[in-house]
Design a protein around this ligand. Structure first.
Ligand SMILES: [Zn+2]
Length: 248
């Protein structure tokens, strides 16, 4: 069974940025794992939560409900500081992600681009940096060698993709998105993606904006092939597993 690991920053990113593709590849039989680095406790939309701790607990439940709708096999929310990922210890976060990679052993990884997606959120940018280094280092036995015990071995993931888009949000500080290499037709899963986003009820004030943004970009999600184990020119792709099956 092919495996996809998706690294996000906040509960709701799994739906808004990757939801259609995650559900599509679930339907195609892939095993899907999402690692979310923060519980979103610094969010400006807080529902009925009175404290950061309460908001984190609510958002963890919302994330679990969204994972259910998207067909995500395993979803974990780590405990890094929301809004502060640019200030956390890179060596530690990357090591955590490498441990997940070496245990789950994905074929393909998904994350944001270093621009931080259409919102340019610093946490999205840092998720990209951490996931990229973890992708590159998980396959090297001389990196985080202390993890290589009890049957855990180094693992090279075949491809790394950044979510990207064919538009920028008007009225926002500029972002420079990675070029599109890969177009995934998500069809009706655009509705599933919106439904998954709307399980994040603490984020209700942004539902209309997110729904309009998702619907205006149509039944497609866009990715940038950022790294691959097969050196060469980037080709236009319509499948995250393109070029992999022949070797598996
Ligand atoms: Zn986010």
């Amino acid at each position: 069974m092919p495996r996809i690991l998706c690294v996000t920053a906040h509960p709701d990113d799994e739906a808004a940025a990757f939801g259609g593709s995650l559900r599509l590849y679930h339907e195609r039989g892939a095993e899907i794992y999402v690692v979310c680095l923060t519980a979103g406790q610094a969010g400006s939309h807080r529902g009925l939560a009175k404290t950061d701790h309460e908001l984190a607990a609510i958002r963890r439940k919302e994330f679990a409900a969204s994972c259910e709708i998207l067909g995500i096999d395993r979803g974990v929310v780590l405990d890094y500081a929301d809004g502060q990922l640019h200030r956390v210890d890179l060596y530690k976060v990357v090591g955590d992600l490498i441990q997940h990679i070496r245990e789950f052993r994905p074929d393909v990884m998904l994350t944001f681009g270093p621009e931080g997606g259409v919102t340019g959120h610093t946490d999205h940018s840092m998720a990209s940096v951490f996931a990229t280094m973890a992708y590159q280092w998980a396959g090297r036995e001389n990196r985080y060698a202390d993890q290589l015990l009890d049957g855990v071995t180094a693992h090279r993931t075949r491809k790394l993709y950044y979510a990207t888009g064919n538009f920028v949000l008007a009225g926002r500080p500029p972002v420079s998105p990675p070029p599109i290499t890969t177009v995934i037709e998500i069809g009706d899963f655009v509705k599933t993606k919106i439904a998954a986003f709307e399980t994040h009820t603490t984020q209700a004030p942004v539902f209309p904006l997110v729904r309009d943004t998702i619907l205006s970009s149509g039944p497609e999600e866009y990715f940038h092939l950022a790294a691959t184990t097969e050196p060469g020119s980037a080709a236009r792709e319509t499948d995250l597993f393109a070029g992999l099956s022949a070797k598996d």
